[in-house]
Design a protein around this ligand. Structure first.
Ligand code: CS2
Ligand code: MG
Length: 408
């Protein structure tokens, strides 16, 4: 069996999904997702210029060897761009493998450990009242877990002008204006003074059963994060996410020494080598590495297995930037993983998204039920895809009030 060709599509409804389709000489094809939010064209180029020319002629069933070829063969390893490209190839190969076996991919891991996998939604509000309304909406829809974020009273707003620039380049970008980030202003002290009380009020209003999650988005120092984690202990959060910048694997030790608030981290990790110390030293409770830029199913499965040895559960990133293909890859892992924790789940399921990526994965009462179709159980409609093109975008950047650059 041989890979005969592959195509990359960039675009989608409100998102620049990077979709890889690998074709074979037996008519079976596989789909993968390489969407690296706001840097989408880079994994697309990696795929088109380096990986696809090498894949042609390879046996798609040898997904492990192909993964090692991409990773070891690159010499310059890891990093989100390369790992997103490898991840897309790997997902597509598992999709092919499942279709050949006529089995859903979770069967190839060892079958189902559960029927439905709990997900969490995002509730946000300009203030606490607004946030309460947003949480109420999700609770009424049947969600059992909600991530809660709200505006901080008195937090200054950006006073920096975002320069407007237009320009022309040869490839995807013809207008630079979407590339210039908007600026947000951050004040850790104000946040630490306000947020524990706000979270306590949410717990009071919604009672003990609701799983409450909160994302600190890498903005505190280890000492501040320890203070925060201690202050929110009575709220009994499901997790406190990304308390400190994720680069420093030792930072979490201080938080651990001072509190029992569960810690989740990993949405910006790309490799087991970004989190092995965190897992082995039992400094975290949930690992959030995504299938998309974590090298796909093959690599994520290694992380899940290491985590399982150390009481660390899964809580994969599921921001809307991930396409339904990698969400499906995660749905299969979530159905199987003995150490499944929770899945982030956002915004998918719009009619436009369903038309582009038809599937039978379904969401009901805050739980995702994996499709039993062979492979990943998601298709890709190329005619629909022709409606979309790449739109430049950027994450906001964050500065302190005096202008100092901070972590988004
Ligand atoms: C966030 C993300 O989902 C989350 O927990 O931290 O929305 C993050 O801001 C984006 O994925 C960035 O691309
Ligand atoms: Mg996050």
């Amino acid at each position: 069996m041989k890979i005969t060709g592959a195509k990359v599509f960039v675009g989608g409804p409100k998102k620049n999904y990077v979709t890889l389709k690998i074709m074979t000489d037996q008519g079976v094809y596989g789909l993968g997702d390489a969407t690296l939010n706001n840097r989408e064209t880079l994994p697309a180029h990696y795929l088109e210029q380096y990986l696809i020319p090498n894949l042609i002629g390879m046996d798609p069933r040898n997904s492990e060897d192909i993964w090692q070829f991409m990773y070891r063969g690159a010499y310059f390893r890891r990093g989100p761009i390369a790992m997103a490209a490898f991840g897309a190839v790997d997902m597509a190969l598992w999709d092919i493998k499942g279709k050949l076996a006529n089995m859903p991919v979770y069967q190839l891991f060892g079958g189902k450990s559960r029927e439905g996998a709990m997900v969490y939604a995002h509730a946000t509000g300009a203030d606490l009242e607004d946030l309460t309304d947003s949480i109420t909406g999700y609770v009424e829809e049947g969600y059992k877990a909600v991530r809660v974020q709200c505006g901080i009273p008195g937090m200054p707003t950006a006073s920096y002008a975002v320069p407007e620039t237009k320009g022309q380049t040869k490839n995807y970008i013809s207008d630079f204006s979407g590339i210039r980030p908007k600026v947000e202003v951050w004040d850790s002290d104000r946040y630490i003074r306000y947020m524990p009380g706000a979270l306590a009020e949410i717990r009071d209003r919604f009672g003990p059963e609701l799983h409450i999650l909160h994302d600190v988005h890498h903005r505190l120092t280890p000492r501040e994060a320890a203070e925060f984690a201690k202050a929110v202990e009575p709220v009994r959060l499901f997790w406190m996410e990304d308390p400190t910048p994720a680069d420093d694997q030792d930072a979490l030790r201080l938080i651990r020494q001072h509190s029992t608030t569960p810690i989740a981290i990993g949405e910006v990790f790309n490799s087991i080598w970004d989190c092995n110390k965190l897992i082995e030293n039992e400094l975290i409770d949930y690992i959030r590495v995504a299938a998309t830029y974590g090298g796909g199913i093959t690599h994520l499965k290694r992380i899940i297995d290491l985590a399982g040895l150390h009481h660390v559960k899964t809580g994969f990133h599921g921001a809307p930037s991930h396409s339904p293909i990698s969400m499906a890859a995660q749905a299969h892992l979530n159905a199987w993983a003995p150490n499944f924790g929770i899945q982030e789940y956002l915004v998918l399921g719009t009619p436009e998204c369903d038309a582009l990526f038809p599937s039978e994965h379904r969401m009901e009462n805050g739980m995702v039920y994996v499709s039993d179709a062979p492979g990943l159980g998601v298709d890709f409609d190329e005619k629909e895809a022709a409606r979309y093109s790449y739109q430049p975008g950027s994450h906001p950047v964050v500065r302190l009030q005096d202008g100092t650059m901070w972590d988004y």
